[in-house]
Each structure stands twice: as C-alpha cells, then as structure tokens.
Design a protein around this ligand. Structure first.
Ligand code: ATP
Ligand code: MG
Length: 729
C-alpha cells in the first residue's frame, strides 16, 4: 500500500514520531512544531500501516472542536469514515464511559450533569441544610475544596480528619454534598472524571476489556492534564497499551485548575521504556514572531528547555500600538482588520485575543459599527449575557412598564418571595383583563386574587420600579444604569453569589455602566431617531440590535475573538494581542507569586505563537473597564520582547482628539492647553519612577493629554498627563 501521503513533508523527527515502533512516547516540543499534526498522522499510520483497528484507538484532545478537526483530517487520509473511533476530551470520554456502564458506575440510567453554576447552588443548599455560616464557609470555597479533592482522586472518606474547625466544616460539607448528589442522581464535572476512573480501576472485567481494547492511547496538550486524568490514562493503559502523548511545558496554562506540569516529567518514570522525541522546527510563525515569543518565555525558570527555529524568514516586524484608551485600541484594531480585508485577506484569518472576557465588548461594538462580522468563542456576546439581560430588563421596565418579558425576568430577581404559583395567577389575571402584568398587580390586589404575602411583595416590586424611574429622571444615561444596577439589588445579588462566574457577572454589570457612558446616540442612530426618544430608549434599542445581528455562523467568514485560554492549539495569519497592561495581563490575581506570573507568561507565549504572519500587540494608556477608568502601565511582556523586533505604530498626525467620540470633542477647543499645566516642549521634568528627562512632544487635550519625555535613564516614554505627576525642574 502506498502510505507516502502519511509522511509527506514531514521532517526527520516528525517522521520518527509518526512511524515509531510500538512503545510509550512523549513528544516534547514548542508551539507550532507540528505536535498535533504528528499525533493525527500517527493515528493514520497506526491504522494503515500497523493494521490497528479504529476500535483500538483512544485519542484525547483538549476541546470538542479539536476532536472534530482531528476526525476531519484523518478521514481523508484513510478514505473512509471513522465514526467508531473514540476521539474526544477527557470529560467527553468519561461521560461516554459512564453512560455505557451506568449500572457498574452506580448511577441512575438518566443521570444529569451539573455544570459549575448548578454545582455551586447545590453546595450552598448543603451549607444551609447543615446550618453552617455561609460567611465562614462560602459556597465557592466549599466547591473549590470538593473539586480539588476529587481532582486528586479523593472521596470524603479518604480525607484525613482535620484538626481545625474550618476544614472540619469543609469536610462535613463534602460528605453531605456526596450524599446529596447521590440521592439526586446528578454528576458534576469533576465527578465525571473521578467516577470514570473508579469505574475502570475497581471493575476487573471492565478494566480488562478496555485495556485489551485500547491498544493505543494518544493525548494532545498533555501538559494540561491533572492528577486524576493522568491516573486514568495509566489505568486504561495497563500493561498492554502504548501511550503516545504530545505536549509543551511552556504552554501549560491550567495550573489554576489543577493541571500538573510534573506529569511530563513523571511520564518517563511511570511508563516503562518511554522514549522522548523532540521537534525543533516551527512551521507556523515568521522568524520575528518566533524570536519574540522565545525571548518572552526564556524569562521563566525551570523550563524543560527546547530549541525552536524556523526557516520561514524574519517576516514583518511585530507592531506595537499604544492606544489612548480602550476605544482607541478597538478602533485601531478594526481599522487594521478592514485594511487586511481590503488587501485580499479573509476575516477568518484574523483573531483578536484578550485576557478577560469583559474586554470583548468594546471590540464587538466597534466591529458592529464597521459592519465587520465576528464570532466570539466561549461565552455569550456581551448584551446577551444573563446578567446584562437582567439589568436591561429593569431598564426596560423603567422605560415601559407594560413590557411583560422584562417584568417576568426580574419580578423575582433578586428573590422577593414571588413564587411560580403567584406569577401564574398574575398571568391569568392579565389574560382575563387583557392587560399587562404590571396592571394585573393592581387587579389582583383589588380582587384579592393572591395571598396577602404575594400581594405585598408584588406591590413592593411595582414600587421599586416606580422609585427607580423617579430617581433616574434627569440623570445622565450611565448614572441611570449605575443607579438601577445598584438599587434594584442586582449587583448585590451577583456579588453574593461569589465564584468565578458570578465575579465575571459583577464585572460585566459594571462594564454595562461603561458601555452607557461611552454610548453616543449621535454616532449610532444618526438620522433615524424618532422625535423625543430618550437616551435610555436609544441605548436599549442599540443593545437589542447588537444582540441579534451579525452573529456569524461557524463557517462564515468572520473575525475570531476569544480569550487566550481558548486560543490554545489554534493558529491565525493575523493576530491581535490586546490589553497588554499590568494588572490586566499579567492578570492582577496572578501577580502575587512567581508561579502565577510564570503561568501568565506561558499564556503570553501561547498567545504570540498563535500568529503565523503578523502579530500586533496593543495596550491602552488609560482604560475604562468594569466601570472604572484607570491608567494603564504597559505590560512587562512588552518589555520582554526585544525592541529590534518591534515597530511602534503611532497615528500622531490624525488624532488630537479621538474623532469617533464627537460628543466629548464638541465644545472643547483643540488648542486647549490647560491640561499640560504649563509643561512645554523642551522643558526639563522629573517623574517619581523614571527620574529626570526632557519633554519631547505634547498631544491631545483634556483626559487624553499625553506627553512624551526622553528620560535620562530609561529613554523615551509616553505618559498620560493627568497621571504622570511630572514636576518641572
Ligand atoms: P501548538 O503547540 O500550538 O499546539 P503544534 O505543535 O501542535 O502547535 P501544529 O498545529 O501541529 O503544531 O502545526 C503547526 C502548523 O505547522 C500547522 O499549520 C501545520 O500544518 C504546520 N506543519 C507542521 N509540520 C509541518 C511540516 N513538516 N511541513 C509543513 N508544515 C507543517
Ligand atoms: Mg497542537
């Protein structure tokens, strides 16, 4: 049989990895060196050359999308469909095992899966049922405790009795939680893996069956496996299977979720006769991009050390854009994307990568304004998010109390003791009198249709909306939004929820205030504004339009937006790595300890190495995020890129005021120089951190006034005037 297509274009090391005789193997190599490609071709090789059956292969990828792609690549290689092959994520495969062997796993046939939010809600109920103080044992902490133990393979009875009351409480919660999920027949994410592991480990027949079946186990992104996943691979492999893993210690970015880089080191110890193969040629990126990424990651300690080179030439310089603020940053990126498309590029060749989900909003707005289709991976688009829709529902009710959808959404959010049955009666009254729910409240009260408590609660809700409306009268739009978020109880509601998702929700709510502040009716609605439309009404329609429109389908040609974490394994010709500011990236929470910072740096490495032809870095000198404006200090990761690989982009000539914020520019003289407080070109100034220097340039005005100083010690820097605190010498 001609199998040359399996080896086409491979370099020697790659070929060695694809064709290696059966043994355990670790392919350890940097980004873009062909690890995933090699793993895929290895599967083809095993089937076509080694005559392995599709049933005998288990391939673990990091996302479902990656699994689908792997199938798509293997099928043309073989020329027939491989539906029967097990390719999927750890969770997906564990789930499959549990569905097939639910009885042996001790689960009801129709067990349900708890997502992280559901899990936390359940943990809270457990804490309440134990009458423990939620302040002392917050649900989020208990959830983290439970999952942490599960990820290490420990049930509550494996945990040694703690001495201190705090841990005693946590263990008690874990025990009670175990009983509860058992009774409800539900399975959380960590439980999927733990139970699948126990299923195979404690069931000799099943164990034998699967060990015999899976002759070949292949794992991509091995650096991000946790202890339990590792143990599971070991038990599935037994003595017979051959395990082929590929990974890169420099791309381990899930330490915060229990991933263990050590698994790479342990592999050679735990899998007999394992051989390590290194790939050193990068096929993805230009020389400049690769050198920049290599320089950044070289700052980390304790690396396994890999050389990575490319023969693709230097390529273009890496662009660095220092934006005035987040709006300017987004506009710059959008303009660049338009230029890319105008010169023949496709939109889906472009990715915007950011550290936090909340950063996506500004980009989404600019993309929509420019009619550029885009797709946000992972997470909803901003105005479609639950908490945003909740806040908008309050605002809609203020604007129009007949809006039943909005009424339904928030009448009992936060909880006000208005249950389903009361709501059903209210709906019935509304139907009977053909009136809105809002009016039905009065109808119910007059006719005593509801229990007294429900009546009172509904009256209070109606009163709340009325008082919100009064309070908002005459306020600027963003203050209306802020007021409503706070006084409706929504903010507190989400603040009390704790947990990652709730935290993100609180951040998003504050981000909605920023959105309102930056909302400029003039530029969005232009001529089509009906007479007398309030700014709030305009904002609400803007939000509604944004939510529905231009949601590009998966296969459409649209710009790709995602967090750095979700970009793992992917590649794009043009990559924008945005928001490179201290506190944002590296993220504030990770800056306390060296380990956290190194993980952030690996994330930077992952981000940079996604780009093939062109990498654009950007930061904003002032950023409004989570409803707060703060000065941005350029990320240390920018400094770690060798200067000769970068070129600074600075559209000085055209911007003395950001042109797209006309409402702010209006009425302000462009010569307005008071912002510079007497500081003029050529003056000597002193800065607390950078020392003394000479003023080289002045730009902008008002909050955007910036000054360039050539410091004696650190060279040229641009500073935002209002934060620079310069003193004249
Ligand atoms: P990451 O660490 O980001 O997951 P990786 O090591 O898995 O990267 P791949 O995604 O497999 O790398 O490959 C990167 C790019 O290089 C892909 O576009 C792939 O098609 C290409 N490539 C890999 N090997 C070769 C080769 N021998 N010749 C030409 N192109 C190659
Ligand atoms: Mg890969």
């Amino acid at each position: 049989m001609d199998v040359s297509h399996l080896l086409d274009n491979l370099n020697d090391n790659q070929r060695q990895a694809v064709t290696a005789p059966a043994a355990h193997r670790l392919v350890l190599a940097g980004a873009g060196s062909g690890k995933t490609s090699v793993l895929t071709r290895r599967i083809g090789w095993l089937i076509q050359v080694e005559q392995a059956s599709v049933h005998s292969i288990l391939a673990v990828t990091f996302t479902n999308k990656a699994a689908a792609e792997m199938r798509q690549r293997i099928e043309p290689m073989l020329g027939y469909p491989i539906g029967a092959m097990w390719v999927g994520t750890f969770h997906g495969i564990a789930h499959r095992l549990l569905r097939m062997h639910w009885e042996e796993a001790g689960l009801p046939r129709n067990f349900q899966i708890l997502d992280s939010d559901d899990q936390k809600r359940l943990v809270r109920r457990v804490i309440q049922s134990l009458e423990l103080d939620e302040k002392r044992w917050p649900p989020k902490l208990a959830q983290w405790y439970i999952n942490g133990h599960k990820e290490e393979g420990r049930r509550s009875h494996h945990v040694a009795p703690p001495q201190d009351p705090q841990n005693q409480g946590l263990l008690q919660i874990y025990k009670q939680y175990e009983e509860t999920v058992e009774r409800l027949g539900v399975v959380d994410f960590a439980e999927l893996l733990l139970r699948a592991h126990e299923l195979v480990r404690d069931n000799p027949e099943l164990q034998q069956h699967y060990q015999r079946r899976f002759q070949h186990i292949l794992v991509d992104e091995f650096q991000d496996t946790n202890s339990l996943q590792y143990a599971w691979i070991r038990v599935l492999a037994g003595d017979r299977s051959k395990v082929f893993v590929v990974g890169d210690d420099d791309q381990s970015i899930y330490g915060w979720r229990g991933a263990k880089i050590e698994n790479i080191q342990n592999f050679n110890r735990d899998f007999d006769g394992a051989e390590t193969i290194r790939l050193e040629q990068n096929y993805r990126s230009t020389g400049n991009i690769l050198n920049a990424a290599n320089a950044v990651i070289s700052r980390n300690s304790g690396r396994l050390g890999k050389e990575l080179w490319t023969d693709s030439g230097d390529g273009e310089a890496i662009d660095l854009y220092a934006a005035w603020n987040e709006q300017d940053e987004a506009q710059f990126v959008v303009d660049r994307i338009k230029a890319w498309v105008e010169t023949g590029g496709r939109r889906d060749e472009v990715a915007i990568l950011y550290r936090s989900n909340a950063q996506s909003r500004v980009f989404e707005e600019r993309l929509i304004a420019a009619a550029v289709p885009y797709r946000v991976y992972g997470g909803h688009r901003f105005f479609e998010r639950q908490e945003i829709k909740d806040a908008l529902a309050y605002l809609r009710l203020i604007e129009n109390d007949q809006d039943d959808t909005a009424f339904e959404r928030v009448v009992n959010l936060p909880a006000r003791g208005i249950g389903n049955s009361s709501l059903e009666k209210l709906r019935a009254a509304g139907r009977a009198h053909s009136c809105s729910l809002w009016r039905a409240v009065a109808v119910c009260a007059e006719n005593n249709l509801l229990a007294a408590r429900a009546n009172t609660a509904l009256a209070a809700f109606v009163g709340l909306i009325a008082s919100l409306r009064d309070a908002c009268h005459g306020l600027p739009l963003h203050e209306q939004v802020e007021h409503v978020i706070e006084k409706s109880g929504l903010l507190t509601h989400y603040q009390n929820e704790k947990g990652d998702k709730a935290e993100a929700r609180v951040e998003n709510l504050k981000e909605l205030v920023s959105a309102a502040r930056n909302f400029d009716p003039d530029e969005d609605v232009v001529a089509e504004r009906p007479e007398g439309m309030t700014p709030l009404a305009e904002f609400l329609s803007h939000a509604a339009l944004e939510a529905g429109e231009q949601q590009g389908g998966q296969w459409e040609d649209c710009v790709q937006m995602m967090t750095l974490h979700s970009a793992k394994g992917l590649e794009f010709p043009l990559v924008f790595l945005v928001g490179l500011e201290e506190g944002l990236f590296p993220h504030q929470n990770s800056m306390q300890d060296a380990g956290g910072l190194e993980e952030e740096r690996r994330l930077a490495y992952v981000g940079m190495t996604r780009s093939m032809q062109k990498l654009v870095l950007s930061h904003a000198e002032s950023r409004r995020l989570y409803g707060k404006e703060s000065p941005g200090i350029p990320s240390r990761f920018i400094d770690e890129v060798p200067a000769e690989l970068m070129q600074e982009i600075r559209p000085r000539a055209q911007v003395s005021q950001p042109l797209y914020r006309p409402s702010q520019a209006r009425g302000r003289s462009l010569e307005d120089n008071t912002a510079f407080g007497g500081i003029a070109l050529g003056k000597m100034v002193s800065h607390a951190k950078f020392g003394d220097g000479i003023v080289m340039a002045l730009e902008g005005s008002g909050p955007n006034a910036r000054v360039q100083v050539n410091f004696n010690d650190v060279g040229n820097k641009w500073l935002v005037m209002q934060y620079a605190n310069l003193t004249e010498l």
